[in-house]
Design a protein around this ligand. Structure first.
Ligand SMILES: CC(C)(COP(=O)(O)OP(=O)(O)OC[C@H]1O[C@@H](n2cnc3c(N)ncnc32)[C@H](O)[C@@H]1OP(=O)(O)O)[C@@H](O)C(=O)NCCC(=O)NCCS
Length: 418
C-alpha cells in the first residue's frame, strides 16, 4: 500500500522487518506478554507471511506502533473442498488512540488486500461484537471446553500400566500427526486444513511456561499410532483440541497425561474442546460429568456469494442424492434484500450461479438478509432455525425442502485458531 499521512505525526503503511521490535512491543502492551513467542514465530516462520500483509499506523518520529493488524492466508475445508481463507490476526490499537477510526482504516487496507487474494471466506476468532462493524457474522462454533476435574478421572489400577503411551511430536514427525488426523476427520463439516509447512510456526520452543504455545502429540499402542491431539496452553489453561482416537476409552490416559502436565505448569485448569468424533465427544461428557458447555463462535464474512457457491457447488449433488430432489433440474432464486442470485441445477447437479438483476423482492424464492445468509451457507443455522427467530427470512413453501437439502447443519469445530 502507498503510505498515507494521517496528520498528528502519524502515518499508515505496510510494516517492514525493521518495525518488528516495535510491533512486538505493541502486542505486549495490547495483548499481553504471553503472546510474544507465538507472534514472533508467525512473522519469522509462517510459510505465507509477507510484509505486504502487515499493516500499521506508526508515530513517524519514534516508530511507536499505535495500531496494527495482520492478514494471514490459510485454508479451510468444507466437506472436503479446500477453500482459500484469509484471517485478520493480532488486531489492536493502543488504548490512548482507540475510537478514532484507526482500525476501520486498517480494515479498509486489509479489504483491498483480500480483494487481490480472492478468498472464499474471511474468518476471525475475535472479541464479541467488534467485527460486525466490518460485515462479519458469527457462523461456526469456536472453542469452549469441558472442564476436567482430576477427581473424576479414574486412576490406573495398582500394578497396571497405561495401555497407551503419549509422544510429543516435533516438526520432523508432524506428518504422522497430520496423516492420522486427516484419516479421522469427519465429513459434512468445516475444518482447518493444516499442512506440513504449518509446523514451522505452530511448533516452537517457548522461552518460558508463561508463553502461549501449541504442543502436538501422538497416542501410541505397541508402536502404532492410535490417536492424536494437541494442547493449547493459553490464557492460563490447557485446552486439549483436535483429539482423535481409534478407541474412545483411550481418553482416560490422555486426560491423565494432561492433568500431570498441568500440574507441572503451576496446576492450571485443563479443558477438552468438543471433539469431532461423536463417541469420543460423548465419553468426554461422561468423564467431565458436564452435559453442556458455553461455546463462542468464529466470525465469517463471505466476500462474494457467487464465488462461494461456485466453489462448494460440487457438494450439492451429494447433498441432493438421497433426497426426492436427486434429479432436481430447476432454479432456486435467492435475494439478500440487496443482491439477487439464480442457482441452476440439472439432473441433481449444480450448474451455475448468476447475479439476478431483478429487484422485485417478492419474485425470489428465498429472501434472507446478508448476515443470515452467511449463517445458512456456513451451516451454522438451518433454514428452519433462522425462520424461527428472524421474520425477514422468508422462503416460498414449495422451495423449503430444496433449501433444507442444499444447506444442512454443519456442526464444525475448527482448530487451531490460525
Ligand atoms: C478492538 C480495537 C482493536 C478497536 O480499535 P479502534 O482503533 O478503537 O477501532 P475504531 O476506532 O476503528 O472503531 C471502528 C468501529 O468499531 C467500533 N468499536 C470500537 N471498539 C469496539 C468494541 N470493543 N466493540 C464493538 N465496537 C467497537 C467503533 O465505534 C467504530 O464504529 P463506527 O466506525 O461505526 O463509528 C481496540 O479496542 C483494541 O485494541 N482492543 C484491545 C485488543 C483487542 O481486543 N483486539 C481484538 C482482538 S480479536
Amino acid at each position: 500500500m502507498k503510505p498515507q499521512d494521517l496528520g498528528d505525526g502519524l502515518v499508515m503503511r505496510n510494516a517492514s522487518a525493521e518495525d518488528l521490535p516495535a510491533i512486538l512491543e505493541h502486542y505486549r502492551v495490547v495483548h499481553g506478554a504471553a503472546v510474544i513467542d507465538g507472534m514472533r514465530a508467525i512473522f519469522e516462520k509462517h510459510p505465507r507471511f509477507s510484509w505486504e500483509d502487515c499493516f500499521i499506523i506508526v508515530k513517524q518520529d519514534s516508530g511507536e506502533v499505535v495500531s496494527t493488524l495482520l492478514t494471514m492466508q490459510g485454508s479451510w475445508a468444507i466437506d472436503g473442498v479446500q477453500v482459500l481463507a484469509v484471517e485478520m490476526e493480532a488486531v489492536g490499537t493502543l488504548e490512548a488512540y482507540r475510537y478514532r477510526g484507526f482500525m476501520r482504516l486498517l480494515n479498509d487496507a486489509f479489504e483491498k488486500r483480500a480483494a487481490e487474494l480472492q478468498p472464499v471466506i474471511q474468518t476471525i476468532a475475535g472479541i464479541p461484537n467488534f467485527y460486525r462493524n466490518f460485515g462479519y457474522e458469527y457462523a461456526a462454533p469456536l472453542g469452549g471446553g469441558y472442564p476436567v476435574s482430576p477427581n473424576l478421572v479414574p486412576k490406573i489400577p495398582d500394578g497396571e500400566v497405561e495401555p497407551v503411551t503419549i509422544e510429543e511430536v516435533d516438526a520432523k514427525d508432524f506428518k504422522e500427526f497430520l496423516t492420522y488426523r486427516e484419516k479421522h476427520l469427519p465429513s459434512r463439516t468445516w475444518y482447518r486444513t493444516i499442512h506440513l509447512e504449518n509446523a514451522r510456526y505452530l511448533i516452537y520452543k517457548p522461552t518460558s511456561i508463561e508463553q502461549e504455545a501449541f504442543y502436538f502429540f501422538l497416542v501410541k499402542e505397541k508402536g502404532k499410532t492410535v490417536g492424536v491431539f494437541f494442547i493449547n496452553n493459553w490464557e492460563n489453561k490447557v485446552d486439549i483440541a483436535e483429539l482423535y482416537l481409534d478407541d474412545y476409552k483411550h481418553l482416560d490416559p490422555v486426560l491423565r497425561y494432561n492433568l500431570a502436565k498441568a500440574r507441572e505448569w503451576k496446576g492450571i485448569p485443563v479443558r477438552v474442546v468438543p471433539p469431532n468424533q461423536k463417541q469420543v465427544h460423548e465419553f468426554v461428557k461422561v468423564r467431565t460429568q458436564c452435559k453442556d458447555i458455553t461455546r463462542y463462535a468464529w466470525y465469517v464474512k463471505i466476500p462474494s456469494v457467487p464465488r462461494f457457491l461456485e466453489t462448494i457447488g460440487p457438494l450439492f449433488e451429494d447433498r441432493l442424492r438421497n433426497t426426492e430432489f436427486h434429479n432436481y433440474g430447476e432454479s432456486l432464486t435467492i435475494m439478500d434484500y440487496k443482491h439477487g442470485y439464480t442457482l441452476s441445477f440439472e439432473n441433481g447437479k449444480f450448474q451455475s450461479i448468476i447475479e439476478n438483476p431483478e429487484k422485485k423482492i417478492e419474485e425470489y424464492h428465498l429472501r434472507i438478509p446478508q448476515g443470515a445468509l452467511t449463517r445458512l451457507l456456513m451451516g451454522y443455522e438451518t433454514l428452519d432455525e433462522l425462520m424461527g427467530h428472524e421474520p425477514d427470512v422468508i422462503c416460498v413453501s414449495a422451495m423449503k425442502p430444496v433449501v433444507r437439502a442444499l444447506f444442512p447443519k454443519l456442526n464444525a469445530t475448527v482448530d487451531p485458531f490460525y
